[in-house]
Design a protein. Structure first.
Length: 199
């Protein structure tokens, strides 16, 4: 008897299920997908916002020493802020160069200026409390990276005609140069943010 019950159960349940076609509900929920994809997109790109802000806001007169002394240097803070302010101006030029034409001579001139200013800050504040600041260490890291990218671009220009583009030994490909420039741009943006938020 239990064996017969088992056979009947197997026969009844095997292949059992819905027979027929399911309704097409894609069209019913299509409007939800369109709304969510529209909401996911930012109304402005970062570049558009930067352009709008440049048009609306008066730029900070960082090259004016009185502005730096009175507004930025609060309550007798050290000359460190004044020196960092000079580097911010250089970094903004470097960012503009990286975002626009990326002319190698202009790039190298800005990087050289950056390296000199960071070397001055490093020597001036070595062993002082300022040498423990995040900005101080970040500037040294950025300076080394900028020097490395400038040397890489110079070597690429020098050796490209001697190494076949498809060679496995060719590290000076356009892709490698672009990757290094993009990494430098990201570091420049982060460093500008850190320097502008010094207290």
């Amino acid at each position: 008897m239990p064996f017969l019950f088992l056979i009947i159960t197997v026969v009844l349940t095997t292949g059992a299920g819905y027979v027929g076609t399911l309704p097409d509900i894609e069209a019913e929920f299509d409007y939800l997908r369109k709304e969510s994809s529209e909401n996911a997109q930012a109304p402005y790109s970062v570049e558009d916002l930067d352009k709008q802000n440049e048009e609306k806001l008066k730029p900070v007169p960082r090259e004016n020493e009185n502005y730096v002394d009175i507004i930025i240097k609060k309550d007798g803070t050290t000359d460190y802020l004044k020196d960092v302010n000079a580097v911010i101006l250089i970094l903004e030029k470097l960012r503009k160069c990286l975002n626009t034409d990326r002319n190698i001579q202009k790039f190298n001139a800005i990087v050289s200026n950056l390296i000199d200013n960071v070397a001055y800050i490093t020597n001036e504040y070595k062993g002082k409390p300022e040498s423990n600041y995040l900005s101080y260490n970040r500037l040294n890291t950025l300076s080394a990276q900028a020097r490395e990218v400038a040397n890489f671009r110079m070597n690429a220009q020098k050796f490209q005609s001697y190494i076949p583009y498809t060679s496995n030994e060719n590290i000076y490909t356009k892709e490698n140069i672009e990757a290094k420039m993009e990494a430098l741009l990201n570091n420049v943006n982060e460093t500008i943010f850190i320097l502008k938020n010094l207290e």
